[in-house]
Design a protein around this ligand. Structure first.
Ligand code: ARG
Length: 564
């Protein structure tokens, strides 16, 4: 049952449509003010009455009719019309819905026929996959799953950083100091070492830079030796990164990276030229954006080389043509705000209305508690190391607290990785976060392990008794149970909100609300020793709570263990 819709049908106001009323109905902040409310302020002008009087009259009409058996009360208050649901009816409806829909509870087809491209993770070849990539990877992947769950056609794109003069440098470094065995064993770390060494040596020996430029040119010209080396670096990187993607349950539909657009930029440059948007700036070609208070967007360097923005422009046109997207999202750190603003503006100036569908989904910075993150000094915190260490710590906790658990390694992996992912998705994405092993792994507080533990608790309750036929829902006529059902009922809205605002934290918070409410219920009420019919109602509540926790976690990319 769609309560907003049903409530809107109880209200007749001349000159205001049902749809408008439905949109105005919200959930009050304070539960004292009902389960839903309709603010009447908007109608004051139209009806030439005060909102207080309007609310009072509407309440009287509804109370006089007997159409609303799902309501226990309707009350006007301070210009709001507050609706109180009949709790038994509400509990039964919601819980039956969750149980009958199962894994599909919360899913919808609101996105049918719409394609959303999501550019996320977008790592750089031969560079470390570090803690700074955590957010783009898990936020992007969560949005990808959420869009699919809501019926959209989602396209996950890893816009690989696989182009640029640094690959020339890497070839020079590898030919001078590289070691095949070391590369095999240490992968990206071996590449990072020789890359840092190159920069050190190039400080005093500029000829290295010339050599690097020549090698880069050879890659561009398709020289077999240069291309083979470059492919090797790419292979080493992807092999390592895929390992982490697997653990994070992250996947992509396309790995079309920067080099993919080598032959797709010229038409864009020509079009910019034709439309009179390119200006000369010391030999370079730029789009002047001074009218919009932005520095110019660089399209071509004086030597004819293309830039990051040129490739992003070409990629956007390619994506529009290939996928005809409804939206194209870029899950990239807020440090790149200006870059996206600039080239989005260029698309607008070229006259394409779909610039409005390009969305920079920005997020904050992750730093380590001990301050151990500085790419420039080569002090890089590899994401894989963070996951390994969290898993190790989770394993130590299990050794201490869950001695009889069978598959400890498996569960430790799920808890450790889940803890990192949950912490990355629990806050509004724009916030900077300081990563702390102890905090993300705590079993109390708003953490991944707490949510997983609640899931295991529900499973354990359900393993102790069967749900049988007769159910007495009056067992749930208490504020603790109603709070759980309300949290469960709010889950589908949280999913749409998450997608609308590109904020997976709405999902994480919704799951947390279910866990907190359920745990309170669990500690205050005896389930297993209750009379059968009442016990059934409480088991159904438990099952529905477990379903929402499981679905929510899986949308976030986190596994829910049955035992821990
Ligand atoms: N590889 C880039 C970086 O690490 C991120 C790319 C983001 N996506 C894009 N289409 N610009 O900074």
């Amino acid at each position: 049952m769609d309560y907003r819709h049903e409530l809107s049908r109880l209200i007749d106001i001349d000159g205001v449509s049902r749809e408008e009323i439905e949109k105005l109905i919200t959930v009050p902040k304070e539960s004292d003010n009902g389960d839903f409310c309709l603010p009447c302020f908007r109608f004051a002008g139209l009806l030439k009455k005060s909102p207080v009087v309007i609310a009072k009259e509407l309440a009287e009409t509804i109370t006089a009719s007997d159409t609303a058996d799902f309501l226990s009360n309707v009350e006007p208050k301070n210009g709001y019309l507050n609706f109180y649901l009949d709790k038994s009816d509400f509990n039964r409806r919601i819980l039956e819905k969750v149980l009958s829909e199962g894994d599909a509870y919360g899913a919808s087809d609101e996105g049918r026929g719409r394609t959303v491209c999501i550019d996320y993770s977008s790592i750089n070849i031969a560079k470390p996959f570090h803690i700074g990539h955590l957010m783009t990877t898990v936020i992007g992947a969560a949005l990808y799953r959420l869009y699919k769950f809501l019926g959209y056609n989602a396209v996950g794109i890893n816009h690989l950083g696989d182009w640029g003069t640094q690959f020339g440098k890497l070839i020079v470094a590898y030919k001078k100091w590289g070691d095949e065995k070391d590369l095999e064993n240490r992968g990206i770390r071996a590449l990072l070492d020789i890359y840092v060494k190159f920069h050190k040596c190039a400080e005093t020996d500029d000829s290295l830079n010339d050599e690097a430029r020549r090698w880069f040119k050879r890659i561009e010209d398709g020289d077999p030796e240069a291309v083979a080396l470059f492919d090797k670096f790419k292979e080493v990187t992807m092999k390592e990164v895929d390992r982490t993607y697997k653990r994070l349950k992250v996947s992509f539909d396309s790995y079309a990276g920067e080099s993919f657009y080598n032959d797709k930029m010229q038409p864009v440059i020509d079009e910019l030229q034709e439309k009179g948007l390119l200006c000369d700036s010391d030999g370079a070609k730029v789009v002047d954006l001074s009218a919009y208070n932005m520095p110019p967007c660089l399209i071509l360097k004086a030597d004819g080389a293309t830039l990051y923005a040129t490739r992003d422009l070409a990629a956007a046109f390619y994506r529009k043509k290939t996928y005809d997207f409804y939206k194209c999202l870029y899950v990239v750190a807020y440090q790149q705000n200006l870059h996206f603003k600039q080239w989005f503006k260029v698309v607008e100036l070229m006259g394409y209305d779909w610039y409005k569908d390009l969305e920079h989904v920005a997020f904050g910075m992750v730093s380590m508690e001990d301050g151990a993150m500085s790419t420039r000094e080569g002090k890089v915190v590899f994401l894989e190391d963070v996951l390994n260490r969290t898993v190790e710590k989770a394993r130590a906790v299990l050794d201490e607290k869950s001695q009889t658990l069978e598959n400890k390694d498996e569960v430790a992996e799920v808890i450790g990785v889940g803890a990192v992912v949950f912490s990355a998705l629990y806050n509004s994405r724009i916030k900077d976060v300081v990563f702390s092993y102890d905090r993300v792994l705590s079993f109390e507080g708003e953490t991944g392990p707490y949510v997983q533990y609640t899931h295991a608790r529900c499973t354990s309750v359900l393993s102790r008794a069967e749900i049988t036929e007769n159910v007495d829902y009056s067992a749930l006529d208490n504020p603790d149970a109603v709070a759980v059902v309300k949290a469960i009922a709010a889950f589908p809205d949280a999913l749409s909100d998450a997608v609308r605002k590109y904020e997976p934290c709405y999902v994480a918070r919704s799951v947390m609300a279910v866990c907190q409410a359920y745990n309170k219920f669990y500690f205050e009420h005896r389930i297993i020793d209750a009379p059968e019919e009442k016990r059934n109602a409480m088991l159904i509540l438990t099952k529905a709570a477990r379903q929402v926790i499981k679905t929510g976690l899986s949308l976030l990319g986190i596994t829910a263990p049955d035992k821990m």
